[in-house]
Design a binder for this molecule. Structure first.
Ligand code: FES
Length: 278
């Protein structure tokens, strides 16, 4: 069950600016009924000021509340100021959204961008991206943007923000590739056939600690080395090698081919191990 703020409930129960402006100055039509969420935003713009905004949304409570909030936020704004609004601004306006529903605020931001592009007669760069998630029609550029803007660190977070990966799961390997490439990973990506398990952040940390203690540390200690868990951020596991491992020429190979391999086998097959000292 999602926890909704009072503002989300208020905008869902009493949405503002519902409808469609006739002969709009700009229109953004995003999402699709087949994917479960769709938003049509129409703007009336005079001298680059948004004098009216209306929306029609098909979707959940968060989608309706985000659309309603968006129209309230942009009315009276100069088009250049409206263009700076982010999905986080929409979520903040509502006092926050459940993390699993952040894609609703992203849909609002996308509709706004599309409407502004329509008004300006320009083409959005995301329109040129390649579809990665066929279930929800999400492109690689949209995913890369979401990862960078919201510092996403796991496939679960990508799904929360873009919906990509939230259907049949066939795109998960591509999502992993994009996540690693965007996070600066350059090593060869191995195909992982297993579907990743879902676990809470706390469960993940506990399991990683357990595997480090039981499976990894004893092996390293035999050669005078050791390892310490520094942080876990989404799928990224920051560790620090200790003792003989720090001066070992093969320390990076140890991290990737031994530590990461073990953690993937025994905890979660999407984990990415990084050296906290590099
Ligand atoms: S193709 Fe992405 S969830 Fe189905």
């Amino acid at each position: 069950m999602w926890e909704y703020t009072e503002l989300v409930q208020e905008h869902f129960l009493h949405p503002r600016n519902v409808g469609e402006i006739e002969n709009p100055s700009g229109m953004g039509d995003v999402g699709s009924l087949a994917c479960g969420d769709a938003l049509k935003l129409t703007l009336k713009v005079e001298n680059d000021i948004i004098v009216d905004a209306k929306f029609k949304t098909f979707g959940c409570a968060s989608a309706i509340a985000s659309s309603s909030a968006l129209t309230e936020m942009i009315k009276g704004l100069h088009i250049d100021e409206a263009a700076k609004i982010t999905n986080q601004d929409i979520a903040d306006f509502l006092g926050g959204l459940p993390k699993e529903k952040m894609h609703c605020s992203v849909m609002g931001r996308e509709a706004l961008e599309a409407a502004i592009a329509d008004y300006r007669g320009t083409v959005l760069p995301t329109a040129e991206g390649e579809i990665v998630c066929e279930c929800f029609g999400v492109t690689d550029l949209e995913i890369i943007r979401a990862i960078k803007e919201s510092n996403l660190r796991s496939i679960e977070e990508i799904t929360n923000f873009t919906k990509a990966g939230g259907g049949c799961g066939k795109c998960e390997e591509k999502l992993r590739d994009i996540l690693r490439a965007t996070a600066g990973e350059t090593f060869e990506i191995k195909a992982i056939a297993q579907k990743p398990q879902r676990m809470t952040a706390l469960q993940k940390i506990k399991k990683i600690e357990e595997v480090l203690e039981r499976e990894i540390k004893p092996g390293l200690r035999k050669d005078g080395g050791d390892i310490e868990l520094i942080d876990v951020d989404g799928d990224f596991v920051m560790v620090s090698l200790r003792g003989a491992c720090t001066s070992c020429a093969k320390s990076q190979t140890t991290l990737k081919q031994y530590v990461e391999k073990k953690l993937r086998e025994l905890v979660l097959d999407t984990l990415i191990v990084e050296d906290a000292n590099s």
